[in-house]
Design a binder for this molecule. Structure first.
Ligand SMILES: [Zn+2]
Length: 341
């Protein structure tokens, strides 16, 4: 048991168990600590806003320099298909949003799919990276806010029917405050949808490197939080967000040993401490992908009947993932749909 320098975001406890160490570019280093009370795992000390923004911009630029455009096209098409399926999922639950906010939307193709499948839908995006916000507005015409969802004081209360955070909550400095702010921003009866890695699997490579080699892991993607699914749902409930559909899904990573196998091959990479200032956007090289490369032909999108066919095609072309109880620490992702009541 250790005493933390940043209290737990959720229960404010200052005691925890150390389960690993990380290095973030040449920017910062921290322990990973599991809260002794509510079981959530977070960095300690937690990074500052400036550190996170600097690392995010470097990671984003590094990715764009390292990966070929076809990787972005493929990835964005995957997000678009997921958005089309999510629109069908919402309909199946009787949820018909008019105004939606996506937090940390990446290149925006998930929300673009929602806007395509739900005519008249208004999309608002929030991102900490100004460059990302500029591209979202340019590519999709979304209303954008630059900043942290922890703050967002410029957006009025009871504003949205639906708030989406896919692969988002693990990246924020204060996830409890994000959830409280989502509650504030949602209309009564509105929904919050969270998709985030199962923390026990996600933290495993950091834990193994520390356990086997007493070493730090290179924190390349900036995961600052590692969630216990049941504890997350408990916190959502406490915050006035009633579970509608909360489960864990996907068994592939678990089968390979993430979360249980002490195989040294699962240990994370040692710290490289790359100089983050060396990574930046080169003018003219900031858009490897055009919207037309990603979206299906307009034939599929312009007409309601063809959109239905497209939805059917994406649903049939996608194997349903195995679902597990939120109370078991199995599954690659934690998926939570909750309603403000
Ligand atoms: Zn706690």
């Amino acid at each position: 048991m250790i005493s933390r320098s940043t209290p737990c975001s959720f229960c404010r406890s200052e005691a925890g168990f150390k389960i690993g160490e990380v290095a973030y570019w040449d920017i910062a280093e921290a322990n990973v600590v599991q809260c002794e009370k509510c079981r959530q795992m977070q960095l300690d000390p937690m990074f500052t806003e400036d550190e996170v923004v600097a690392g995010c911009i470097a990671s984003h630029a590094h990715e764009k320099q390292k990966l070929p455009p076809r990787w972005f096209i493929k990835n964005n098409k995957r997000h678009f298909r997921a958005g089309v399926r999510f629109a069908a999922y919402l309909k199946s639950k009787g949820i018909h949003p008019r105004r939606v906010m996506e937090m940390g939307p990446g290149e925006g193709y998930f929300s673009r799919a929602l806007a395509t499948m739900i005519p008249g839908l208004e999309v608002v995006c929030v991102d900490a990276d100004e460059q990302v916000a500029i591209e979202l507005k340019r590519d999709h015409g979304f209303e954008t806010h630059v900043g942290l969802v922890e703050d967002l004081s410029s957006v009025p209360d009871n504003e949205f029917d639906l708030i989406i955070g896919r692969d988002f909550l693990e990246h924020v400095i204060d996830p409890a405050r994000v959830i409280q702010n989502c509650h504030r921003l949602l209309k009564t009866g509105g929904h919050l949808y969270i998709l985030t890695p199962n923390g026990y699997q996600d933290v495993w490579h950091i834990y193994l490197r520390w356990k086997l080699y007493s070493d730090k892991t290179d924190l390349f993607g900036n995961h600052l939080n590692y969630f216990d699914g049941a504890a997350l749902v408990e916190y959502l409930k406490q915050s006035g967000l009633t579970p509608v559909d909360c489960h864990q899904e996907g068994a592939k990573t678990f089968r390979r040993g993430a979360g249980w196998s002490f195989d040294p091959r699962h240990a994370g990479p040692p710290p490289k401490r790359l100089p983050h200032r060396d990574y930046f956007f080169e003018p003219g090289n900031d858009q490897p992908v055009s919207v037309e490369d990603v979206l299906p032909s307009p034939v599929w999108l312009d007409n309601a009947f063809f959109r239905k066919l497209l939805s059917l095609r994406y649903t049939l072309g996608h194997l349903p993932s195995l679902e597990f109880s939120i109370n078991r620490q199995v599954g690659h992702y934690i998926s939570c749909l909750n309603q403000k009541t």
